[in-house]
Design a protein around this ligand. Structure first.
Ligand SMILES: [Zn+2]
Length: 390
């Protein structure tokens, strides 16, 4: 092949992007400013009981932090990174669910619930998923050294917005890496594991080995944050077993026994449409691990439930060209753990256009008195306000 100037330029670009033949490694942690004295007015802390489940809340929604020490997820305050607000993460909901799924898979053996919905009560670690690597100088940061999770409401940071907003594995690694720092875990010298001091967008995992603690990206050995715990797990104060540490803190696997809640927003149960009917079925879905990839089965009347599900972040779907008739819809939504919720509703499709609500003011229902027949249709006044969903 002839070496043209264009080929040479392309080769240079490739070399610049991948200097060592693989994806560039990024520094996991930004250095923290000096820690101020503990805030005398801090909210009371209920220490985490060893071996009890915890909740890891990934905040994709943006946040404006105020100043406090120690940091407190419940009050949105931190002793650093409070200078400017974090805008909402600009990545797609699919990326967010992908990050959450990868995180759940990484912590599947430990008592850690991962959610992107802020808990209404109880202790939780918050990872603020916002800001860019360029702005903060690294992929993330977190307070360190809390070996027993005595301050269980700390705030960690993952700066994956901007150029890295499509990272899924790297996002999960960073969120877990920083959360684990806030639980007292140190860096180790095992590349490809979550506690390695630098990372990229490759999948990682928590190691179940006694790995040498290192203090920087050059992999120099350092002073372990939790030498006594290391000694108990590894017989060596400078070696850390991440799996043993997480089990000690949070116990065995978090078991999701809670079925999702699924509320029908549109159409209304019993709503009337003119044939052929075209409409979107819209649900409000919630779960202890929301958002996630839900499995959805939908079928009509006395048909058997389909064998195959469709997997989606939003369990809603579109109905097209539904002919005249009374149609009973059955929809089952299952969370990732397989807990199911069923929603049933009925749609009426007839020849006539729906009555104009403006001429039927004050009366939600019209027609005759014979249940089951088309004449007995409840036509809510809100019918005309139906929104379009893209
Ligand atoms: Zn780190």
């Amino acid at each position: 092949m002839e070496a043209s100037p264009l080929n040479a330029a392309l080769l240079l670009l490739t070399l610049a992007a991948e200097p060592s033949g693989g994806p560039r490694m990024h520094r996991q942690d930004a250095p923290l400013p000096p820690r101020p004295p503990t805030d005398a007015l801090a909210a009371p802390i209920r220490p985490h009981a060893l071996g009890q489940n915890t909740t890891l809340y990934v905040n994709f929604e943006g946040v404006e932090l105020t100043e406090c020490n120690p940091s407190d997820s419940r009050r949105d305050c931190s002793w650093y990174n409070f200078e400017q607000p974090f805008p909402p993460f600009s990545g797609t909901i699919q990326t967010q669910v992908g990050v959450l799924q990868a995180m759940r898979s990484d912590v599947a053996d430990y008592g850690i619930r991962v959610t992107a919905q802020r808990p209404e009560s109880g202790n939780y670690t918050m990872v603020v998923y916002g800001g860019t690597e360029a702005e903060y100088g690294a992929l993330g940061s977190a307070p360190a050294g809390d070996c027993d999770d005595e301050v269980p409401n700390q705030i960690a940071f993952a700066h994956l917005d901007g150029e890295l907003s499509e990272w899924v594995n790297g996002g999960a690694t960073t969120a877990l890496h920083e959360a684990a720092h806030s639980w007292g875990l140190d860096h180790i010298d095992a590349e490809g594991s979550i506690m390695f001091p630098s990372g990229n967008n490759s999948p990682t995992y928590f190691r179940d080995e006694c790995d040498l603690m290192v203090e920087d990206t050059d992999l120099n050995p350092g002073q372990a944050s939790c030498p006594e715990v290391n000694m108990a797990h590894c017989g060596d104060s400078s070696r850390q077993n991440a799996a043993a540490r997480l089990t000690r803190l949070f116990g065995p696997a978090y078991v999701d026994m809670q079925a999702p809640t699924v509320e029908l927003l549109e159409p209304r149960d019993g709503q009337y449409f003119q044939a052929p009917a075209n409409f979107d079925v819209v649900f409000e879905t919630n779960d202890d691990q929301h958002p996630q990839a839900y499995s959805v089965w939908a079928w009509l009347g006395d048909e058997p439930r389909p064998a195959d599900d469709s997997v989606r972040v939003d369990p809603g779907f579109s109905v097209t060209d539904l002919p005249i008739g009374t149609w009973e819809f059955h929809v089952v939504v299952a969370d990732e753990a397989g807990n199911e919720t069923e929603v049933d509703f009925t749609i009426e499709v007839g020849e006539d256009p729906p009555p104009d609500p403006a001429t039927d003011e004050g009366c939600g229902c019209r027609g005759g008195r014979s249940p089951g027949a088309l004449g007995w249709i409840c036509v809510p006044l809100a019918l005309a306000r139906r929104r379009r969903w893209g």
